[in-house]
Ligand binder design. Structure first.
Ligand code: MN3
Length: 201
């Protein structure tokens, strides 16, 4: 079965003022849709058609660049939409909050490390909070790579991801990536991050 664009779990304008409606409309309806379409074209008639996007990512070194770029794009954006929510942000609580404090010393340390990973990523890419070898760590990947991929520098299961491609923020923030990253923390859906962390364990 072909991969499909997942519906956004909120309206295009729901994340304003932090992310504007026009950016969301183009990002979801054009960029993510293109990754899905191009992925389906790239795997047409191959065994990958029967695989999950996660399993494709885990064995990505066996595939051509079109699968790596578009399959990564599909997985990454599918995660990205769910880890944001209108009126969210604040501090993670419960087991997730404890795990972040244990791994990074404090929430502020984590936030700084994760933000820097995105701000200092040259060109396009992502910053991640992931479980790697049983530990919570921060990493960054170029382009549409992700930590599931067998070619990733830091491998593991991502529970939070931030898109720092210019298409994610340019209309509103132009060259001010740090402002976008700073505003994005007001949207983090910690319940979804906690759910993903629990699923890893
Ligand atoms: Mn994007």
């Amino acid at each position: 079965m072909a991969f499909e664009l997942p519906a956004l779990p909120y309206a295009f304008d729901a994340l304003e003022p932090h992310i504007d409606a026009r950016t969301m409309e183009i990002h979801h309806g054009k960029h993510h849709q293109a990754y899905v379409t191009n992925l389906n074209n790239a795997i047409a008639g191959t065994d990958a058609e029967k695989m999950s996007i996660e399993d494709i990512c885990r064995t990505i070194s066996k595939y051509p660049a079109a699968v790596r770029n578009n399959g990564g794009g599909h997985f990454n954006h599918s995660l990205f939409w769910t880890v944001m929510k209108p009126g969210a942000g604040g501090l993670p609580s419960g087991e997730l909050g404890d795990a972040i404090n244990a791994a990074f010393g404090s929430f502020d340390n984590f936030k700084q490390q994760f933000s820097n990973a995105g701000i200092t990523r040259f060109g396009s890419g992502w910053s991640w909070l992931l479980v790697s070898g049983g530990k919570l760590v921060v990493s960054s990947t170029p382009n549409q790579d992700n930590p599931l991929m067998d070619i990733a520098e830091v491998k593991g299961t991502p529970v939070l991801g931030l898109d720092v491609w210019e298409h994610a923020y340019y209309l509103n923030y132009q060259n001010r990536r740090p402002d976008y990253v700073g505003a994005w923390w007001n949207l983090v859906n910690w319940e979804e991050v906690a759910r993903r962390l629990k699923a890893v364990k």
